[in-house]
Ligand binder design. Structure first.
Ligand code: F6R
Length: 259
């Protein structure tokens, strides 16, 4: 696991965009994209690179991390709609190459199994972007999630519903249930990139990176992954005991070694 501490949220976005750009330029790639506020700066930077530098997403494919149960795809807060408006519709990515979970499926267990099979059939995910909840969730794997879980239905904690209330206007409108890629599903992606900015994420980042491997902090599962990059700003790094070492390692990173 590599911890990359950047001075500002803009630098965080630029580093994450560098990782995605490298994968996109290497050939047809499959991206796993998160929603929420954390990756928005990275999406804006990728859109800028599409317009200014000709970064071409036409051969990329996208799988979403999660979806609210009960919202139709057309709902403005469905993650399918959000990722279209925040990213897909603003680059040259054919919406047919965007894959999401159907939160209104009659049989949610079958929908979850279909999704894992679709990811596998696409050859797996090359780069999976992740945010982190204040309780350490990734995707919507709330504390207590099995570290080997597959895509399935989960119940959001009240804290997560409160954290997401601003997107809906009222907490009463935030669904209680979601479909989310499981921690085992996420762990099969070839490169995990977790992004966090702001002091509100500092405790969760410290627990994920330096705490024990435990279902109590689902993001700690990154500790088991062969290629995980955690990109944070100084505020989100504020509780890391080894922050000086991570900065030192970055300063001395061999020039040939990529993130
Ligand atoms: C969203 C997702 C969640 C968010 C997390 C952080 O697709 O999977 O895990 O990444 O709740 O949300 P923000 O970035 O809004 O703080």
């Amino acid at each position: 696991m590599e911890i990359v501490i950047r001075s500002t949220p803009d630098e965080v976005a630029s580093t994450v965009a560098d990782i995605v750009e490298r994968s996109v330029r290497a050939g047809p790639t499959t991206l796993g994209l998160a929603t929420g506020s954390s990756p928005l700066g990275s999406y804006r930077e990728l859109i800028r690179r599409h317009h200014d530098d000709g970064l071409d997403f036409s051969s990329a494919r996208v799988f979403l991390l999660d979806e609210y149960v009960g919202l139709p795809k057309s709902h403005e807060q469905s993650y399918f709609s959000v990722i279209r408006s925040e990213f897909v519709d603003r680059v040259d990515l054919d919406p047919d190459r965007l894959h999401g979970l159907d939160g209104r499926a009659h049989d949610l267990a079958a929908e979850a199994a279909r999704y894992d099979a679709a990811i596998a059939a696409a050859g797996g995910i090359d780069v999976q972007l992740l945010g982190i909840g204040s309780d350490g969730h990734i995707g919507f794997n709330e504390p207590g999630s099995s570290l080997t879980s597959r895509t399935r239905i989960k119940t959001l904690t009240e804290q997560t519903r409160l954290d997401n209330a601003s997107f809906f206007g009222s907490v009463d409108d935030v669904p209680h249930h979601v479909l989310t890629q499981g921690l085992g599903t996420i762990g099969e992606a070839r490169h995990l990139v977790l992004v966090a900015v702001g002091a509100g994420k500092a405790d969760a980042i410290a627990a994920a990176v330096e705490g024990p491997l435990t279902a109590f902090c689902p993001a700690s599962v990154l500790q088991l992954h062969r290629h995980a990059t955690v990109v944070v700003d100084e505020a989100a790094a504020g509780r890391l005991a080894l922050a000086d070492y991570y900065r030192y390692a970055l300063r001395h990173k061999p020039t040939w070694q990529q993130f």
